[in-house]
Design a binder for this molecule. Structure first.
Ligand SMILES: Cc1ncc(COP(=O)(O)O)c(C=O)c1O
Length: 362
């Protein structure tokens, strides 16, 4: 048995000496935070790489969602997906809003746009869809519904750096997108995130909110807080960004290897990309039953391979933090979905071994 454990993901990291070279400049300047030069450079470099206009780097993806809600001054119900990480919902709650769960489309695993309008009440202020596993939502339909009902749209785009719609970054849809630069993401700063607002005024407002509500003259003009990214984190982002294209292409290649090999196995299904292009940064497999999933998980664990049950359980069932609202498709799929290991330095022979164990234990 190969004893080196294989986890669902590992951070994509630039060579340490390249990170150290950038860190040296931090030591020389003695500037560690407060929108320093490296944070500004990272924002500029991300904008250039993704061909977007406005990126506000912040301390994590959860804060990015909270800042988006704050910037849009939302108070009321926000329609969101239950098939997500709990942060989507806790951010809504921390900003004093109430999550309303809309079930998901069984193929894309994203919010089912045909079910949104039935959930709109006079308290609804926004829609917060999630681009699950980097697969873009039906952004045009969401835009149409939002305009019709005068609602704001915030995308939880934690997974969506590198995903596109009509050849444009999916981060530029909606009023604001909130992304994550967490260690597990395609591009990481260890902890980190970003707010993307195509509107210039909102973009400026987000920058003030990130910095205690200061304007340029250092007057407090907003109800802000501390959402700042440090120079040390930005340095890691700049170092890692150099390898972004390579990481993106590598994940896609391994994704296709899994997909091609596993698609012949009866009883397995996969997330479908119906709108735009995914960044292929996760490889979820949907089993016919939870029992099958547990059997495969056990077989993989036995040879030191640790896939993850993302997202399990469906967030609407966390009754310690939300009132239960049924979303049967999300609840069902959450029990049957398993994300297989997929990361930059994962060797192709290991992908083949994972496929082999899965095929034999199915
Ligand atoms: C869908 C989703 N939203 C939000 C977040 C929160 O991002 P962060 O961990 O950077 O706070 C995550 C975290 O992985 C996530 O998966």
């Amino acid at each position: 048995m190969n004893n080196k454990p294989i986890y669902v993901t590992m951070p994509s990291l630039a060579p340490l000496n390249e990170y150290n070279e950038i860190l040296k400049t931090v030591w020389e300047r003695g500037i560690l935070t407060h929108n320093g030069p490296l944070v500004q450079q990272l924002e500029k470099d991300i904008c250039a790489k993704l061909e977007i206009d406005n990126f506000v780097a912040v301390s994590n993806g959860t804060i990015a969602i909270q800042m988006a809600i704050k910037a849009l001054e939302l108070k009321g119900e926000i329609i969101t997906s239950p098939f997500t990480w709990v942060a989507t919902v806790s951010a809504i709650k921390w900003e004093g809003c109430s999550p309303v769960f809309c079930d998901i489309d069984a193929e894309t695993l994203n919010i089912d746009t045909t079910k949104i309008e039935a959930l709109i009440t006079d308290k609804t202020v926004a829609i917060m869809p999630v681009h699950v596993f980097g697969t873009p939502c039906n952004v045009e339909e969401i835009d149409r519904i939002a305009k019709k009902h005068n609602l704001k749209v915030i995308y939880d785009a934690a997974h969506a750096i590198g995903s596109t719609y009509n050849a444009k970054s999916v981060l530029e849809f909606g009023d604001i997108s909130a992304t994550s630069l967490h260690a597990t993401k395609l591009l990481n700063t260890a902890e980190g995130g970003g707010c993307i607002a195509p509107d210039k005024h909102l973009h400026e407002k987000l920058k003030r909110i990130r910095f205690f509500g200061h304007n340029d003259a250092k007057d407090i003009v907003e109800d802000g807080f501390n959402g700042k990214m440090t120079e040390v984190h930005a340095a890691l982002g700049i170092a890692n960004l150099k390898y972004y294209d390579e990481v993106l292409a590598d994940r896609h290649k391994k994704y296709m290897l899994y997909r091609n090999e596993l698609s012949t196995i009866p009883g397995l299904s996969f997330q479908e990309v119906k709108w735009g292009t995914s960044n292929y940064s996760y490889f979820p497999v949907i089993f016919e039953t939870e029992e099958q999933l547990l059997k495969v998980e056990k077989a993989l664990n036995a040879v030191n391979i640790f896939p993850r049950r993302y997202f399990y359980p469906s967030v609407n069932t966390y009754t310690e933090i939300v009132d239960y609202q049924p979303t049967p498709i999300s609840e069902d799929i959450a029990k049957r979905i398993l994300c297989l290991p997929l990361y930059w330095k994962l060797e192709e022979k290991e992908v083949i071994r994972i496929i082999d164990v899965l095929t034999k234990s199915e």
